[in-house]
Design a binder for this molecule. Structure first.
Ligand code: FAD
Length: 415
């Protein structure tokens, strides 16, 4: 039976990023990924500025740039109560959050995973593809059984890292409970090609009628688009022409630039998710620690899963490289930081979902009023600093129940 310092289950984002950092520091690492080829599963392709800062701290940033990642420098928010020209004139400069970061970074998820997997191999990790983990044993002598083209094999390590995504096997074996908010809206994503005329440096969001969208260009006429719609419309984009009808929904009076998207072609699957936050209190157990989605995820409306995952990798790798104490107590500071980080991001996501992803007349009025009120009182948008600059950058008083009510103008809110 082979023995390693660390076995990493899952070769998406968090797994190979952590394997790279640990292998560079000369730990022996086995990295197991079930897929033979990374496919478009409609996953994160936009890294927030604070996530870009994490990639720099991990020394992964240049590898992503070399793989074709590119920065977005402006953000436009369109809306029914705003003239398109005014929305564009008020575009947000995305370089304001960190002096040395031009803005968010975009890169296709399959390419992102492959780039990180290659980096882990180059750093000296033992990376296996087509390796499906079927059994995990934790405790004082952790081991993992996986099946690849050589048949079933078992390996041992001092620690198993669960980087195996939302339906994590490691989380289940570790008996780490996953808490979840009730679903709030449908969220569908599609890669579009041939979106000629869309400015490759500009990201945009907007809501009109019963549809809300986000668009993140990747260069070369490719744009990753997302659309949000009400929970009672489960069948809205079903059927063979669903992707075409989805793209047609981007034709909006408030956002004429979207015509470039409508004129584009689907370049991957259209997949829909029910959006909500999920979190864990203690993402570790004897012999295991969880990173990325396995440890709980933020509602993708904010597009922060990659940034969260890179932060996890940075904190966990710091702990593993600081000492040989890998007991559950060693991961307590990680759990404490992550708990507050996810609480703040859940606060921000809940507000964003209430503002952008509700479509009845009352929600429309709330949206319009929020535009007016936040223009007069910028403190109502301060939670946005957490989204772009990192959850720790906004003051603690932003994340209170009273401020939640004030931002959404709920009855009884402090004025
Ligand atoms: C619709 C949608 C849009 C999103 N948009 C964004 C965005 O714009 N920006 C952003 O930052 N985040 C976004 N996210 C979130 C982001 O994609 C995730 O947070 C991120 O991919 C998490 O990385 P991970 O490595 O934890 O998990 P994953 O990327 O899911 O990787 C897990 C890996 O584990 C492997 N695996 C699982 N089980 C096993 C097993 N038994 N054996 C071996 N391998 C296994 C899987 O094959 C997979 O490769 C989005 C998510 C969704 C659903």
């Amino acid at each position: 039976m082979s023995t390693y310092d660390v076995i990493v289950v899952g070769g998406g984002i968090g797994g190979p990023a952590l394997a790279t950092v640990l292998a560079r520091a000369k730990l022996s690492v086995l990295l197991l990924e079930q897929s033979e080829v990374y496919a478009d599963r409609v996953r994160g392709e936009w890294i927030a500025p604070w996530g870009v800062a994490e990639t720099k701290r991990l020394d992964i940033y240049k590898t992503l740039l070399a793989a074709g990642a590119h920065h977005l420098t402006r953000h436009v928010t369109y809306g029914e109560s705003v003239r398109p020209k005014d929305a564009e004139a008020h575009a947000l400069n995305m370089g304001i959050f960190f002096p040395e970061i031009a803005g968010p970074l975009t890169i296709g998820h399959p390419k992102h995973c492959q780039t990180l997997f290659d980096a882990a191999l180059a750093a000296g990790a033992d990376g296996r593809r087509g390796a499906n983990v079927t059994e995990v044993t934790l405790g004082a002598e952790p081991s993992v059984t996986f099946i690849d083209h050589n048949g079933p094999q078992t390996a041992r390590a001092r620690l198993v890292v669960g980087a195996d995504g939302r339906t994590s096997t490691v989380r289940e074996v570790a008996r780490v409970e996953l808490h979840q908010d009730p679903p709030h809206h449908w969220f569908a994503g599609l890669l579009v090609e041939g979106a000629e005329g869309w400015d490759a440096d500009v990201q945009a969001i907007g809501t009109e009628g019963d549809f809300s969208y986000l668009a993140f260009p990747q260069g070369g006429g490719r744009v990753r688009v997302y659309g949000g719609y009400a929970l009672d419309q489960a069948r809205r984009f079903k059927g063979p022409d669903g992707a075409r009808r989805f793209l047609d929904s981007f034709a909006m009076e408030c956002a004429p630039a979207n015509q470039a998207l409508v004129a584009g072609r689907p370049a991957g699957p259209l997949l829909s998710y029910i959006n909500a936050d999920s979190w864990t209190d203690e993402p570790y157990a004897q012999g295991a620690v969880l990173v990325g989605d396995a440890a709980g995820w933020n509602d993708p409306i904010l597009g922060l899963g990659l940034s969260i995952t890179y932060r996890d990798v940075r904190i966990v790798s710091d702990i593993l490289l600081a000492s040989r104490d890998w007991s559950p107590q060693a991961f307590r500071p990680y759990a404490e930081e992550r708990r507050e980080r996810m609480r703040r991001l859940r606060f921000a996501a809940t507000i964003q979902a209430r503002l952008d992803m509700e479509f009845d007349p009352a929600a429309r009025r709330r949206r319009e009023r929020h535009h007016e009120r936040s223009a007069a009182d910028p403190s109502l948008s301060a939670y946005g600093v957490a989204i772009m600059g990192g959850p720790e950058r906004a003051p603690a008083e932003v994340f209170t129940d009273a401020n939640f009510a004030r931002i959404l103008d709920l009855e009884g809110a402090p004025r």
